[in-house]
Design a binder for this molecule. Sequence first.
Ligand SMILES: [Zn+2]
Length: 69
Amino acid sequence: MTIKVICNRCGKEIDANTYSFSYHQQLGYGSVHDGDELSVDLCPECTDELITYLTEECTIPPLAEGDAV
Ligand SMILES: [Zn+2]
């Protein structure tokens, strides 16, 4: 069974078995979005761009290198 997942950023359909980034969390206190639910699915290309962005913006690098697939 294939579940259709759409990339939030580019709108492209993502193969659920290969998509790179999926984040679903209800936001906690302290944010203006307190109580809202953040749901983000990204295709591999948009995941790479997000990581590039985060790496540039973060003081502490958010990415640790793992084994290449
Ligand atoms: Zn995308």
